[in-house]
Design a binder for this molecule. Structure first.
Ligand SMILES: Cc1cc2nc3c(=O)[nH]c(=O)nc-3n(C[C@H](O)[C@H](O)[C@H](O)COP(=O)(O)O)c2cc1C
Length: 176
């Protein structure tokens, strides 16, 4: 394992429970792979913009995900984030539950990396991911239980991440 991509989606920085848990996951990975490089993407420290109209309309107009023209900022972000993901041998995601699902900053990241013709293809059988599978470790924190007998709320976070990451080919998920 050469590269670990560390995505953090908490507004609470290093105080964050999910961030601290994810740091422990990374420490464990690095015990097995001491030379692994960690690439950090803190979605609050450096917010990823929402997709813009050019991104949305370009993808809609050009099925198959045409190569983008230089200078389209949202597509440039998409390119960058997809390259980071492709280069990672393992991914560690730190995320709190916000309103029963992922925080909007993590959704914005997903909107950039789940891209037709690039990370998945639309086929008559449905969406087929193009990324080689790799382990994804997901550190989740929530104010109340989100699963089991004590849960008093729906959990759209874990099923959503399982579905959307599978769409691009990532199925080796480990939730903690
Ligand atoms: C905007 C917002 C929405 C939240 N929604 C939920 C929720 O739906 N369910 C829940 O259990 N906790 C919810 N919480 C609480 C956080 O998930 C909880 O405090 C979590 O431990 C924060 O993790 P962090 O320290 O990694 O940021 C919410 C917090 C915020 C700020």
């Amino acid at each position: 394992m050469k590269t670990i991509l560390h995505i953090s989606a908490s507004a609470r920085g290093e105080e964050s429970a999910s961030y601290r848990l994810s740091r422990r996951m990374i420490a464990q990975l690095r015990e097995q792979h001491p030379d692994a490089r960690v690439v950090s993407r803190d979605l609050y420290a450096e917010p990823v913009p929402h997709i813009d109209s050019l991104y949305a309309s370009t993808l809609a107009r050009l099925p198959g995900g045409a190569p983008h023209a230089q200078g389209l900022s949202s597509l440039a972000w998409s390119d960058l984030l997809i390259e980071e993901l492709k280069a990672a041998d393992a991914v560690v995601i730190a995320t709190p539950m916000h309103n029963f699902t992922v925080p909007s900053v993590l959704k914005a990241w997903l909107d950039h990396v789940v891209r037709i013709g690039v990370t998945f293809n639309a086929t008559p059988q449905g969406k087929v991911g193009t990324l080689p599978d790799r382990p994804v470790y997901i550190a989740v924190s929530s104010g109340g239980p989100r699963s089991g007998e004590r849960a008093r709320q729906p959990d759209f976070l874990e099923p959503y991440l399982r579905a959307i990451l599978a769409t691009i080919g990532l199925t080796d998920l480990h939730f903690v």
